[in-house]
Write a protein that binds this ligand. Structure first.
Ligand code: 2IT
Length: 434
C-alpha cells in the first residue's frame, strides 16, 4: 500500500485504539481506494485522508428518563456528524446496549460512502444510545425517546442533520422523536427525520426499502453473471424490519428464504418464509422478547439453538442482523456448500477474513454500503417529498429505488472490475463512493 495511506492508517490505529470497529472500517476503505490515492499526489498536500477519518463533529449527551417504577434511569446518547461535504448529515439512530463511540463512528464512516453511492445529496452521520429497548413498556420507550430528543433537537434540522432508524429504532420510535421535536421547536418541520408514519410525511416503501433494495441489488449481481434469483434459496439472519423486507421481495420474485435468526439461534424452514409467515416475523419482533424459537414451534420446523444460519446449504446468504456476524469459518462453510452470492445487508456484516475468502474464491460478494443503500436512499426520497410537500405513490418510490440500486451496481462494476474479469464489489463500492 501507498506510504501516505500507511502513515494515516497507523495514526488512525493509534488514536482510535479503543474503537476496533472504527479502525476495521477505515482499513477496508483505505485498502480499496489505494490505487486512486496513488494517482493523486495532491491528496497528501491537502491532508485529504487525515480529514476524511476525523468526524466533523461528534458529541455525547445524558439521557435521563423515568421508568415505570418511577425511578430515574440514565443512558448515554451519541451523534456523529461525520462528513457534510455533499449534503445535510444523514444516517440512523441505533438503540442497543452495545452502542458506544466506536460503533457510532464506524457506522458514521460507512454512511459517508453509502450515501454518496446513492447519488443523492446527503452527507454521512450516525447516532444512538446504549439504551436496551428489550422488555421496555410502550410508555418507557416514549419517555426515553422524548428525553433523547430534548438533547438532540438543537443539533438537527431538515438542512442540518436528518436522523432515521437503525437497530432498535423503527416507526414507533421515530414517531415519539418527531412528536417531541415538533413540541420543542413549534414548527411542522417534518423533513428533520425520516422513516416517519405516512400520516405525517413518511414515504411509501420506506419500511420495506432496505430489504427490497438489497434483493434488487442481488438480482443485478446475479444477472451480470447470467443467473436469476427465481428458484434460489436464501439464508438470512435477523428477524427485524430489514429481514422482513427481504422475505417479502424474495417471495414475490419466486426465491425461497429458508432461515431467520435471533440471539437465541436460528430457524430453518425449507418451504420458505412466505405469506402469513412473513407477517408473523413482525409479530415476533413486536413482542419485544428478541427470540425466534416461537416461529419453529408455530410452523413445526427445526430450531437450532445458539447457532448461525450460515451452516445451511443455500445459493445466497444475506446477513441482516449486525456487524461482524459472519466470520471466516462461516465463510468457509458457505463456500464448501456451493454458495453463489453473499450480500451484506447489515453494516459491516462480515469479518475481514471472511471477505478475503469470498474474494479469493471469486464468490459474488456485495458490501453493506452498496447492498443496504436502498434504506437511506429511500430516506433521501422521503426528504425530497417533504421539501416539496407532496407524497409519491408506492409505485413511483419503488421505481426510483429500483433505479438507484441499478445505478449503484453499475458504478461498482465500473470501479471494481479486476483484470481477470472478477468483480470486486467492495473495491468498486468504496472507490465509487469516495
Ligand atoms: O444504515 C443505514 O443506512 C440506516 N440505518 C438508514 C439510515 C437512514 O437515514 O435512513
Amino acid at each position: 500500500m501507498n506510504e501516505y495511506i500507511e502513515r494515516v492508517l497507523a495514526s488512525v490505529r493509534e488514536k482510535n485504539a479503543s474503537e476496533p470497529e472504527f479502525v476495521q472500517t477505515v482499513e477496508e476503505v483505505f485498502k480499496s481506494i489505494a490505487p486512486v490515492v496513488e494517482r493523486h499526489p495532491e491528496y497528501e498536500k491537502n491532508g485529504l485522508l487525515e480529514r476524511l477519518v476525523e468526524p466533523e463533529r461528534m458529541f455525547s449527551f445524558r439521557i435521563a428518563w423515568v421508568d415505570d417504577n418511577g425511578k430515574v434511569q440514565v443512558n448515554k446518547g451519541y451523534r456523529c456528524q461525520f462528513n457534510g461535504s455533499i449534503g445535510p448529515y444523514k444516517g440512523g439512530l441505533r438503540f442497543h446496549p452495545s452502542v458506544y463511540s466506536g460503533i457510532v463512528k464506524f457506522l458514521g464512516f460507512e454512511q459517508i460512502f453509502k450515501n454518496s453511492l446513492t447519488g443523492l445529496p446527503i452527507g454521512g452521520a450516525k447516532g444512538g444510545s446504549d439504551f436496551n429497548p428489550n422488555g421496555k413498556s410502550d410508555g418507557e420507550i416514549m419517555r426515553f425517546c422524548q428525553a433523547f430528543m430534548n438533547n438532540l433537537y438543537r443539533f438537527i434540522g431538515p438542512d442540518i442533520d436528518v436522523p432515521a432508524g437503525d437497530i432498535g429504532v423503527g416507526g414507533r420510535e421515530i414517531g415519539y422523536l418527531y412528536g417531541q421535536y415538533r413540541h420543542i421547536k413549534g414548527v411542522f418541520e417534518n423533513g428533520v427525520l425520516t422513516g416517519k408514519g405516512q400520516s405525517y410525511g413518511g414515504s411509501n416503501i420506506r419500511p420495506e426499502a432496505t430489504g427490497y433494495g438489497a434483493v434488487y441489488y442481488a438480482e443485478e449481481v446475479l444477472a451480470h453473471f447470467g443467473e436469476k434469483i427465481e428458484g434460489k434459496t436464501i439464508a438470512i439472519s435477523g428477524f427485524g424490519n430489514v429481514a422482513w423486507g427481504v422475505a417479502k421481495k424474495a417471495a414475490q420474485l419466486g426465491a425461497r428464504v429458508v432461515t431467520i435468526s435471533g440471539p437465541d439461534g436460528y430457524v430453518y424452514d425449507p418451504d420458505g418464509i412466505c405469506g402469513e409467515k412473513i407477517d408473523y416475523m413482525l409479530e415476533l419482533r413486536a413482542s419485544g422478547n428478541d427470540i425466534v424459537e416461537p416461529y419453529a414451534e408455530k410452523y413445526g420446523v427445526q430450531f437450532f439453538p445458539d447457532r448461525r444460519p450460515w451452516e445451511q446449504k443455500v445459493d445466497i446468504a444475506l446477513p441482516c442482523a449486525t456487524q461482524n456476524e459472519l466470520d471466516e469459518d462461516d465463510a468457509r462453510r458457505l463456500i464448501d456448500n456451493g454458495v453463489l452470492c453473499v450480500g451484506e445487508i447489515s453494516n459491516m456484516g462480515c469479518r475481514p477474513e471472511a471477505i478475503d475468502l469470498f474474494i479469493k474464491n471469486h464468490i459474488m460478494y456485495g458490501p453493506g454500503k452498496a447492498v443496504n443503500a436502498g434504506g437511506v436512499a429511500t430516506s433521501g426520497l422521503e426528504m425530497t417529498q417533504n421539501a416539496m410537500h407532496i407524497s409519491w405513490s408506492a409505485e413511483e418510490v419503488d421505481q426510483r429505488l429500483h433505479g438507484i440500486m441499478r445505478d449503484i451496481h453499475t458504478q461498482c462494476v465500473k470501479y471494481g472490475t479486476e483484470p481477470d474479469g472478477y468483480i470486486n464489489y467492495m473495491k468498486g463500492a468504496n472507490i465509487a463512493g469516495f
